[in-house]
Design a protein around this ligand. Structure first.
Ligand code: MEV
Length: 449
């Protein structure tokens, strides 16, 4: 690895200056590296400019596949769901579950609530928290009034500030309090709106405390630590579920009652065993993240929130559940999803706009239903494979093309080898052997995987 000198003012260089600096400092094959960045740069200057301006220091683009899973029946409406993901089997698994449940009544959903939350975290050394509480309560209209320039549009759209209250956290940390505010942000994710409101509340808070006649002089000082939304939104949740009589499962590989029993037991394992729960939920997030990315939402926020929610009862557990009651098999998910369908990159990124249009330009609640359903479908397919054929059969079949691309197989070779593996088990070594046999070459001694 080359020794690289630190650089000052990198962000101020022109784009070509940044490319030149990176290539000359980090690459030996300058021409190839430059060529690669060029290849991944969009030929339409306007589109590229848009991407350049999403972040700082853009050199080129990073492509991910944009796929679709058709045949999702959700609350009686049919959807083709956009998914942006690199993992080979995820889209196929979603599509398979969608078709399976389309023939059994489809998915049903319900948005439980859409409240979002944020805090002004502060330190106050006064001795009478109940007096502070009263001051805050009495100043509610002042908090609302002084933030009206921020909230006017949102209020007109039916959203805005829902509540403001003092939370005393001194049992956890001396002198630590929160001003907790709840919000309704309609179809926007609302991060900027919430943070702006909170910064306004922080100013009002300082002001009402410093001028409160009820407080002694030494209790009028209050230190604002920070004002920030919480990505943990347990009051912004959605449910999605499927159900059918056991004798309509007809999964194909085992008797209906055995399938239902194994499925429910596998869910129990994910509910009680964190080692399994993490993998189980990871599979759910394969579906959720890929739709979140395709629709231009913040998958890091969703990930952080969902996993905190999965541990809300003190132990990390499954996000999905299943039961059999009175001969009915039921499978469901309930998760927090704070999403937006306006603002952010939803109206900027051309592929995100395409995804929204394909979904019929859903509002935020509809998108919550679609995303939760994608997660449930993904989990259904994963569990179905796990308790029947095992996961590797389907997964490796989809991964075969990646292995063949790694081996630099031609299109014709790929076609022949896909046919060869139609009824055979795919593994990395089996694929290498078949590839070498087809080319009539010797197998390499050491395989990399
Ligand atoms: C792989 O990306 C996801 C699975 O491991 C999920 C699961 O085990 O449920 C297949």
């Amino acid at each position: 690895m080359k020794k690289v000198e630190a650089i000052k003012g990198f962000s101020k260089l022109s784009k070509s200056g940044k490319v030149a600096w990176v290539i000359s400092n980090h690459f030996t094959g300058d021409k190839e590296a430059f060529q690669l960045l060029e290849t991944y740069t969009h030929p339409d200057g306007e589109v590229q400019k848009l991407h350049d301006e999403f972040i700082e220091n853009t050199l080129s683009n990073f492509y991910m596949p944009f796929g679709v899973a058709p045949n999702f029946l959700i609350d009686g409406a049919q959807y083709t769901i956009p998914m942006t993901i690199e993992e080979s089997s995820v889209v196929a698994a979603a599509a398979k579950a969608a078709s399976f449940w389309m023939q059994r009544g489809g998915f049903k959903t319900e948005v439980v609530s859409t409240t979002k939350i944020g805090h002004v975290h502060f330190v106050w050394k006064g001795k009478q928290p109940e007096v502070l509480q009263q001051i805050i309560q009495d100043s509610y209209q002042q908090f609302i009034g002084e933030s009206e320039h921020i909230t006017a549009n949102m209020t007109a759209r039916g959203g805005g500030v829902k509540s403001i209250q003092l939370i005393n956290k001194c049992d956890l940390e001396p002198n630590y309090y929160q001003l907790e505010a709840k919000f309704e942000t309609c179809d926007s994710m609302g991060a900027n709106f919430i943070n702006s409101c909170l910064e306004s509340f922080a100013k009002t808070l300082k002001q009402v405390v410093s001028s409160a006649s009820e407080l002694a002089k030494e209790d009028k000082y209050l230190q604002i630590l920070m004002s920030i939304l919480s990505n943990y939104t347990p009051e912004c949740t959605v449910k999605s579920w499927v159900e059918c009589p056991i004798d309509e499962i007809n999964e194909g590989s085992m008797p209906n009652d055995e399938f239902a029993e194994k499925f429910v037991k596998a869910l129990k394992v994910a509910e009680i065993e964190p080692y399994r729960a993490v993998t189980h939920n990871k599979g759910i997030m394969n579906g959720i993240d890929s739709v979140i990315i395709a629709t231009g939402n913040d998958f890091r926020a969703i990930e952080a929130c969902v996993h905190a929610y999965a541990a809300r009862n003190g132990q990390y557990s499954s996000l999905t559940h299943a039961s059999v009651e009175d001969g009915i098999f039921k499978f469901w998910i309930e998760i927090p999803l704070s999403l937006g369908t306006v603002g952010g990159i939803t109206s900027l990124h051309p592929m995100v706009k395409f995804a929204h249009e394909m979904l019929g330009n859903p509002n935020a609640k509809d998108l919550m239903k679609i995303v939760a359903t994608a997660g449930l479908a993904q989990n259904f397919s994963a569990l179905r494979s796990l308790i029947t054929s095992g996961i590797q059969k389907g997964h490796m079949k989809m991964h075969l093309l990646n292995i063949l691309n790694q081996l630099e197989a031609t299109d014709e070779e790929k076609e022949q080898l896909v046919e060869h593996f139609k009824n055979r088990v795919v593994s990395f070594s089996a694929a290498v052997k078949a590839f070498c046999d087809l080319r009539g070459i010797e197998q390499p001694k050491q395989e990399t995987r």
